[in-house]
Design a protein around this ligand. Sequence first.
Ligand SMILES: Cc1ncc(COP(=O)(O)O)c(C=O)c1O
Length: 365
Amino acid sequence: MVKFGNLKRNYLSIKDEINEAVMRVLEKGWFVLGEEGTKFEEEFSNFCGKEFGVGVNSGTDALKLALKAINIQQGDEVITVPNTAIPTVMAIIEAGAKPVFVDVGEDYLIDVSKIENAITPKTKAIMPVHLYGQVCEMKTILRIAERNNLKVIEDCAQAHGAEYKGKRVPIGNIGCFSFYPSKNLGAYGEGGMIITNEEKVCEKLKLLRNYGQSSRYDAKILGLNSRLDEVQAAILRVKLKHLEGWNEQRRKYAQKYNQNLNEIIKIPKENLFNKHVYHLYVIALKNRKEIMENLKREGIDTGIHYPIPLHLQEAFNYLNYKAGDFPVAEKNSKEILSLPIFPELEESEISEVCEKLNGVLQSYL
Ligand SMILES: Cc1ncc(COP(=O)(O)O)c(C=O)c1O
């Protein structure tokens, strides 16, 4: 049996370090907004090559609060893609704005040639999603944003440590991360962070996440409760030390898949200048449903990221999109299949997935 993920293996591989970090917090007896959180904000923003980090409760909150921090308001439009995780769009809506979709390219990332057509007088920001662990074509996106006076907030939830032209995400001034347990850098619970070079954005985020308070019982703006707790921050500090090694392991396994899968399978395309960190290893093939079922019978777990493009989700009917509006995203959603990829997999398990998938494919050739 090859599982799609195995967080227990991850814990066991760093058990002593994690136990020590958790005990340190418990024995100190300070659980929210303390030293661990501040240190992790410093360490992770350094890792990303940016000045500030603001820890929050989730990746969704990171996106929502980042939008609020740049003054996105009711009626504003934010451009993003229809093939991303649901929370990208929920965050835009929660911030009061309207999501406007742009189709993706063969690399599953925003098709930059289509962005300018989607800009209206109401557009305030672009939210590119570095999906599966690969960075979007940021040079063009930042140029379009500058030309049209738009902000850019990068959804980096799947791209911790991913690079574009030698630089780690976020490439622009604001990027949002999720530390959901299965992410490349995952907590043992919920967590998120906004990384930025803009001091004003950082200051506003620190108010927003803590009831709008500048100090205890003194609220300056409307805010809410979205804080990264000390236990999660201490765990993430331990895991951050391993992130580069884990990302390398993911890249090694992606290479192994690339080299060993039958060539009729569309393998992920790593764009020039990019360092993909393979949060997911996504292939595309015909007859996906049957192949997925056959693999399951053979003991191989797979996933689909994502089966329903967001413009066709019931919750977003009110946006009035219809089938056919985003043909590439729609075609991809019918053909993509995510294979197991995580650092604690054994090399023999990657071989097993290749052999079984190539075997199952024989009946469709
Ligand atoms: C692309 C993307 N954006 C946003 C999120 C939201 O993160 P969280 O689950 O931490 O709220 C996720 C994770 O599920 C994601 O994959």
